[in-house]
Design a binder for this molecule. Structure first.
Ligand code: DX5
Ligand code: ZN
Length: 213
């Protein structure tokens, strides 16, 4: 069974707590929190001050996806706001190992993400250090984009390497029932979905359709 991680990027922020409680009630276990700085990606979203207020009300795994430059500067703030997993981008930093160690020093989980055109083999030196690997299946920056099948081979590759390690494989961007199925078959453990869930006529059916994959 896949883990479903609704992305709050597609939620209505005027009703954020209700929106999140709703998807939690349908069985979503992770909450995917997209942080963008207008620099690493051409869009700005939210920081820790927004989701720290959700923390006391929501028992989900807070899965923070940092699409920012200099993530190391902000790790502590995200930990204090209640992050359970912090994922940063391979393309954003040069001292990958140091940032992983910094995240783990707070006793939370560390993830690393690659953009669609980054070769999956760049992750090799870090596989043993990571709790999660996030494969982007769209260019990071916006919700509601079309799934890029280039992600599937990377998921397959990471699945073959997973036996030796203990990381979870997460996929993010353009996930719906059909693309989600392809990703689960390729080996994905966690499906991030924004638009598919939050714009669905029945959010319950949307979450359940991914949980069943
Ligand atoms: C894109 C974000 C995604 C996005 C997914 O940069 O990282 O998490 O919210 O949204 P959908 O599922 O609509 O593609
Ligand atoms: Zn994301």
């Amino acid at each position: 069974m896949a883990i479903v991680a609704p992305s709050i990027l597609s939620a209505n922020f005027a009703y954020l707590l209700q929106e999140v409680q709703e998807v939690y009630s349908y069985g979503a276990q992770y909450l995917h929190i997209d942080v963008m700085d207008g620099h690493f990606v051409p869009n700005i979203t939210l920081g820790p001050t927004v989701f720290k207020h959700l923390r006391p009300h929501i028992p989900m795994v807070f899965d923070v996806h940092l699409m920012i430059t200099n993530p190391q500067k902000y790790i502590k703030d995200f930990v204090q706001a209640g992050a359970d997993v912090i994922t940063f981008h391979f393309e954003a930093v040069s001292n990958i190992k140091e940032v992983i160690e910094l995240i783990k020093s707070y006793n939370i989980k560390a993830g690393l993400s690659i953009k669609p055109h980054t070769d999956v083999r760049v992750l090799e030196p870090y596989l043993g250090d990571l709790d999660l690997i996030l494969v982007m299946s769209v260019e990071p920056g916006f919700g509601g984009q079309k799934f890029m099948p280039i992600a599937l081979d990377k998921i397959r590759y990471l699945k073959t390497r997973q036996q030796e390690f203990r990381y979870l494989i997460e996929v993010d961007g353009g996930i719906n029932q059909e693309t989600g199925k392809m990703c689960v078959e390729a080996g994905a453990d966690i499906l991030v979905a924004g638009n598919y869930i939050f714009t669905a006529k029945s959010r319950k059916e949307a979450v359940e359709s991914l949980l069943r994959l």
